[in-house]
Design a protein around this ligand. Sequence first.
Ligand code: SF4
Ligand code: SF4
Length: 562
Amino acid sequence: MSAKIGVYICECGPNIADNIEIDAIIDTLPSLEAFQNEELVVKRFKLLCSNEGKEYLEREIRENEYSHLVVAACSPRDHDSTFINICKKTNLNPYLYKMVNIREQCAWMIPDKEKATRKAIQYIRGAIGRVLKQSELFEKELDSNPDVLVIGGGISGIETALSLAGEKRKVYLVEKSAELGGKAAKFKKLLPRQGGSSDIIGKKIEEVIKDENIDIFTETELESAVGFFGNFEISLNCSRDDRSETEFTVGAIVAATGFELTDAAKLSQYKYKKDNEVYTSLEIEDMIKSEGKVTLRSGKEPESVGLIHCVGREEKGYCSQICCNYMLKLASFLRKQSDSIEIKDFYRDLCLPHQQDQDFFEEVRGGGTEFIRTADVKIKGTHIEYTEIDKKKNEADVDMVILSPAMEAGKGTENLAELLNIPLSETGFFKEEHQQLNPVETSIEGIFITGACRGPAGISESMLQAQAASGKIAARLIPGKKIVPEVKVSEILEDFCVGCQTCMEICPYGAIIFDGERGVCVVNEAVCRGCGNCAGSCPSGAIRAKHFTSPQIYREIIEAIR
Ligand code: SF4
Ligand code: SF4
């Protein structure tokens, strides 16, 4: 039976109509020899994306009972979904439709009207050729679990749990230590732009403990997570004996496992732990939190302190972004502790990304802290040798040295990445799907990363990321609603598969498994994102990327260049 193809050309106001001879396209297409066995109906309309245009197209599809549809208009980025929805409404399988961009790619690109028209004809005939080779695909709906597992009970994990938990969504919050709050809970004071007071952390911990929809597992780690977006089977390893139920299902997983500080003892130039009065910034936080002030081991208050930035930055190869602010906070605290204390701040570059940070710097400098820009710093106990930025060598003696070590990925990051099958970046943190476009998602759909486990981040940034991940989860994992997995996935034709497993190695989403009994690989369609990498890699040509098959692509090219 021959196909009946509706081809609709949108004028897009003057955008297309003024630059392309639409009537010439309407005359040309039905006369083409390549489509003589098909029934082609070619029409124009002034604005297909308007309500009037959509109603018109809907009516046309119903009345003409098309088997295929081609829309030549603007960019599919703008309106592909508009026309897909019209197909769905009229029961035309949307995988038998194709949109062609004759606005950006022809009308706006080519000043010569005749040439633009010729190019538009080529594009449209390519699309007609392609739809004739396309097959119906059917979307399936799957039940999904709206609950979420959050791994990490620091500020980012807590914020994620609070943002997501509700009457219809339970959150499992898993923390490997005995306490919630992470490193932020150690802080007595926050930065001025974070409100100054650390009450905010304590209040959030209280809130999370009180929330009946958040199930907290402390002293617990993830044992396994198997499944896909909407349905992950979780098993936990809990060292407490008051938790019996450690297996459950969730729809999404958020890793918020935070960071560690670089071990300053491994950096020979700082002689950390070899002298009594050399401390890391977190040790000073502990001291301030427990004793309310900074003291030497003798109990006396220091009369001079050297603050050293960027400890381990060169070795790590990145800036930790928050240490400069952090040292300003300590300098401000020390100044409040003593009017007469001498504070020397040794920095290489100052990273002050916000206006309030710059104001804070001016305030601390105005309070008497001496800022010394250095090219190199070495310490021998509390004797500091440094090279200033203008290469001048100098030295100073202080009562106490405080180091600000670089942030690095937490100890369990690698292990967790393996359990979740998500990639790590070259710096050892979890790797996001895309740094700018998709910064809190990973390559595995349904697994999110927030806070300092995805790279250096302060408290405010970690909380913002937590809210971003929560928003994405809440929008896609709606309680009571089913999810529709991607249907343009790959399939392996078993008769051609020799079981070499090349495709398994190449798949960035871990969607392919090896069936040892049959000696072939199989695609898990619920996990496959349809990227097509495997199809290009299979040496046996055993993989077919649905909706991007060779016959479809060849026919499109052949018609377009005829
Ligand atoms: S690459 Fe091809 S032949 Fe090798 S296992 Fe995968 S599907 Fe089979
Ligand atoms: S198309 Fe192939 S490589 Fe891409 S996600 Fe699916 S199975 Fe993996």
